[in-house]
Design a protein around this ligand. Sequence first.
Ligand SMILES: Nc1ncnc2c1ncn2[C@@H]1O[C@H](COP(=O)(O)OP(=O)(O)OP(=O)(O)O)[C@@H](O)[C@H]1O
Length: 607
Amino acid sequence: MTRTWMRPLAWLLVLMALALPFLLDLNIYYLHVLNLTWIFAIAALGLQVATGITGQIVLGQAALVGFGAYATALFMMWLSMPWFVALPAAMVLTAGVGVLLGAVSTRIKGHYLAIVTLALNEIFRMVALNEEWLTGGPMGMRDIPTLNIPALGDHLDRQLYFPLLGVCLAAYALMVFFYRTRIGRSMRAVRDDEIAAEAMGVDSRRVKTIAFVVCSTWAALAGGLYVLLVGFTAPSNFTVFESIKMMLMVVLGGLGSIAGTFLGALVITVLPEALRGLQTYYLAAFGIGVVVILLVAPRGLGVVGDWLLGSFLTGERKPVDNAPATPLNLTAAAMAASTALTGHPHAGPLGETLLRVRSVSRAFGGVKALNDVSFEVRRGEILGLIGPNGSGKSTLINACSGTVAVEGTIELGGDRIDNRPPWTIHGHGVARIFQNVRLWESMTVLENVMVAYRAPLGQLGSREAHSRSAAHEALTGMGVGHLAHRRAGDLSFGQSRLVEMARAVVNKPRLLLLDEPAAGLRGGLILELSQILQHLRSQGMSILVVEHRIKLVMSMCDRIVVLNLGDKIADGTPAQVMDMPAVIEAYLGERVPEEAPQPLRHPPVTV
Ligand SMILES: Nc1ncnc2c1ncn2[C@@H]1O[C@H](COP(=O)(O)OP(=O)(O)OP(=O)(O)O)[C@@H](O)[C@H]1O
């Protein structure tokens, strides 16, 4: 339990510790090392955004820093630009490299992308070494005007101590702000589970491009500041070894931790200097020191850093609740849904066709997962999709949500949505839950739901407030409002399912796609889940549900479509379908006794 005064006190101590080297008139060499620390902490932060926060491994950050350094120097030397024009111009130019990397990342993923970024180091080195007319070759560029501020001291490193520290802290503060807004949440969602992020409306291509642009812009800022501090730039300053050092800052700081990156940069830059007394063995001692830190704090120094940032990171006053999971009460959820999930924009004639699937086929190699399947989902109905294992149900759900490409056409309210990106389909009003729960586990429950919400255009502050209240409302509607500040990875299976449902309905979709929503839930809970679905239907939402529990399907579905080996073999009311010999033979085995529909326990809401 953190006492309220501890965090402000810790901040005071940190700020004092940062000011101390200057106030104590520390040796110029050490001030230089610290100035380099602030500069590389900025570059490492850019890397943290791409790698730790968005999950795109970048092994060429030093090349981007070098690009920024050379660009700043060239603008100053060749075009006689003052530094305050040259530096932003270099940042814009390097951001262009980030856009290119973003484009590459949509085609090349994971380790392959890491190798591509590793190659950046070599490309940079070859150009810097061989294009002497531009870069000065192996000797680099010298006599670049440095940034002198005589009023702040007699030596350059003393003069620039506070300005560099200030820029560094401002870069970090800006990133904390981004982290807790929509773009930061989307980056984390892409990192945790890209497919789920896309299905919930996150344009992963855009998000990754933004991450690479931030990564390279911050690198260029660091490169430009480096030039202004040392007055020269050479290929040997920006080698692959420097890239690995920056990656080490990120890992030691804790993947995804902003404040941890600062601490990581501090340790990686200062520790070798502090160990220099060990002479030949100082690098070995440094390596052992890093290993010890990671053994003691496997999640990196971010444990300390994130504690320091506290509610700045989440934008929530309330601390993350680490209490153990409580038993699920779906009856309460079903009742709460009747009040909290009102007002769906589903006005329009119930019963008209909403989703039209026409002649849809999909083959995986020689396996025909879907073969010329056609059916419709009407407004305000629950359509059950059943069939034996491997009959193509999930493939169909994936096709309707944009995760799988198909032949044929899929229309929603008259608009073609087949083979469109998942985020575009989400924008048309389609949301889904997955066969296996796919929450973004490192994020809080509230953040999970906020990612999926599209706030109306307006000012940033009001959009955030709007998203927050919509997410709270959806969670309350599913009876899990009390879990809002819990980390999603700490929930029980049933709780995760309800949070996933809240995430799916927060944007008030026209069509809800559910892939085995009752899988993993106990008997009583399944009945309550069916109450929630029936309630959503009563609000005019259309639901396409894949389910193996036949009694559940019979009791809550208005119509049923049956697939077998990719073919549609039946389409009709539960009573009609269950009597069909083809369905009994392919799936049921025997005739299923008719189930009386479960009445809603609360009055339906009119739309
Ligand atoms: N990505 C894929 N690559 C290769 N084959 C696939 C892929 N996805 C599905 N299949 C194949 O397509 C067929 C239909 O699979 P699908 O998952 O859609 O069936 P399902 O009816 O949802 O099954 P279950 O009830 O077991 O979830 C299966 O034979 C499956 O092996």
